[in-house]
Design a protein around this ligand. Structure first.
Ligand SMILES: *Cc1c(COP(=O)(O)O)cnc(C)c1O
Ligand SMILES: [Zn+2]
Length: 502
């Protein structure tokens, strides 16, 4: 639709024109820093930063009703820069010119309702939001689109050049960073550090395919992260981990999309998110806060953060109900099928603590909850979901298992509807599915397959069938006929098919 065809009242706002005045805000010493260069941590106290807008109050001058109309109509524009996360430009990066936005098809992922059977099994009405349907097949693309758009802006302004973007990763950050960086060649090159054998083969193939330099390091993610931090302190590199506050900003888009998908009605809604480095939950909470403060949504949804018992520092922190008595301590992780969230010392922990407090204060009640789930339940729920029309990854299984656990704990009301985050595509983690079907999990996972969920291919090759087709050597005539009939009969027998009567 062309601009002049939109309703008059929103026409001036359809192309974003809010000029943000962004700044980095330190969660430790509350110092503010200019946004004109890339900062990862506070130069004064070393704590993590968040990006805020001095002009945020200007957004409140536009009524919530008008905002809702702007976002809904804006979807009809055919401007690539506004097709992804920057549909919500005023809230995500209002200093970035449209021309600098990097759009590779991220965001606006489907929200798919669970069928009646799966709802019944879970005991809760819910939807999956399939963030695996992003360009690099995980939600990380939301934050990477934001971080790389900002770097692109710095390059175009002449502030930076020849950037080497680096990150440590449990697999998906590197896939995403390598993809987005490759789009901005030759101004940007990327290097990724992965824990050796701790990412799936699919995840390893992604940065290799995008042409990044890939380094495999002994240890787990937390060790890689320390090396990357060391590199960023000593050398001139751009850090793309979620320590980078631009990533958090982009990931807020998830919250805005959920709000939009439910006509901005967040009453009786529950958002369930897996927690690893805790960037995602921070961003989602912050997104709902911003929409609430501008009157775009009238209620704050319940937020449930989920961790595996094998990597549960955030869960453990919130076990203590008295905020004054809470003590944060990192944990040593054990192997987890929710491998992308297998992190013992989340970088964004201070952000979570800050955001959760702000959220509950705004809501006037506790609206944030944390649950832990077993490795067994993660696999069982992932497989059951996928056998009912979904494409959930193991982290998606983790969130669904978390929803069921929350229900068991009495945290879910009768009329509440949940949106469960499947943060990546099932295919990235199919190796865990194979291990389940083969009953081949190493002991420390403590996973035994449920026989109703096991599925294996059947190799059909009857011994008495002498001739079978081979590549380059097709069968013909009688031999082909014998082959087709014999194989069909085997399959019919296995499926107990009934013959058509004539
Ligand atoms: C990174 C990642 C997570 C964890 O998200 P955090 O922001 O680190 O908490 C969960 N699932 C998948 C698939 C991921 O790639
Ligand atoms: Zn500081």
């Amino acid at each position: 639709m062309k601009l002049e065809e939109f309703p008059k009242d929103i026409r001036p706002y359809l192309i974003p024109n809010h000029k943000g005045n962004l700044f980095y805000s330190c969660l430790g010493c509350h110092e503010a820093y200019e946004i004109d260069k890339l900062l990862y941590t506070c130069p004064k106290c070393g704590k993590v930063l968040l990006i805020e807008d001095h002009h945020f109050d200007q957004l409140k001058k536009i009524p919530g009703k008008t905002w809702r109309k702007i976002f809904d109509y804006r979807k009809m524009l055919k401007i690539p820069a506004l097709k992804g996360i920057y549909l919500f430009h005023e809230f995500i990066g209002p200093i970035l010119p449209m021309d600098d936005v990097v759009y590779l098809g991220e965001g606006h992922t489907p929200i798919v309702e669970a069928n009646a059977y799966l709802k019944e099994e879970a005991g809760v009405s819910f939807f999956f939001k399939n963030d695996g349907q992003n360009p690099s097949a995980s939600f990380k693309d939301r934050g990477m689109a934001s971080a790389l758009s900002y770097i692109n802006y710095l390059i175009k302004k002449g502030v930076s050049s020849n950037i080497l973007a680096v990150c440590a990763s449990t697999g998906d950050t590197s896939a995403s960073a390598a993809l987005y960086a490759s789009y901005l060649k030759p101004g940007i090159k990327s290097a990724v550090l992965l824990p050796y054998k701790k990412v799936t083969p699919q995840q390893l193939s992604q940065p290799l395919g995008s042409g990044a330099s890939v380094f495999e390091i002994p240890g787990v993610f937390d060790d890689c992260m320390k090396v990357v931090e060391n590199l960023s302190e000593k050398y001139d590199v751009a850090l793309l981990n979620s320590k980078n506050a631009w990533r958090i900003l982009g990931q807020e888009s998830y919250a805005y999309e959920v709000a939009q998908a439910f006509e901005y009605d967040m009453k009786d809604k529950i958002i369930v998110v897996p927690i690893g480095n805790a960037g995602n939950i921070t961003a989602i909470i912050n997104g709902f806060i911003k929409f609430f403060e501008t009157g775009i949504i009238r209620d704050l949804p319940k937020i449930i953060g989920v961790q595996s018992k094998h990597a549960n520092p955030v869960y453990k922190y919130y076990l203590e109900k008295n905020p004054q008595k809470r003590i944060y301590s990192p944990v040593n992780v054990k192997p987890s099928v929710a491998q992308a969230a297998m992190i013992g010392n989340p970088v964004s922990m201070p952000r979570v603590i800050h955001m959760v407090e702000k959220y509950n204060t705004l809501a006037g009640q506790n609206k944030t909850f944390f649950v832990e789930v077993s490795e067994q339940s993660i696999m069982d729920w992932e497989l059951l979901a996928n056998q009912n029309g979904h494409i959930a990854c193991t982290q998606g299984g983790e969130t669904l298992a978390g929803l069921v656990e929350a229900k068991r704990l009495g945290l879910i009301g009768k009329n509440e509807i949940a949106v469960v985050d499947s943060t990546a595509h099932a295919l990235k983690f199919s190796g865990f599915q194979d291990m389940y079907f083969e009953n081949a999990f190493p002991d420390d996972f403590k996973i035994l397959p449920n026989k109703h969920l096991i599925n294996k291919p059947v190799h059909v090759h009857p011994k008495d069938l002498e001739k079978v087709p081979l590549p380059g050597c097709p069968l013909e005539g009688k031999e082909l006929e014998a082959f087709i009939n014999r194989i069909s009969d085997e399959i019919a027998l296995a499926l107990k098919l009934k013959k058509i009567q004539d």
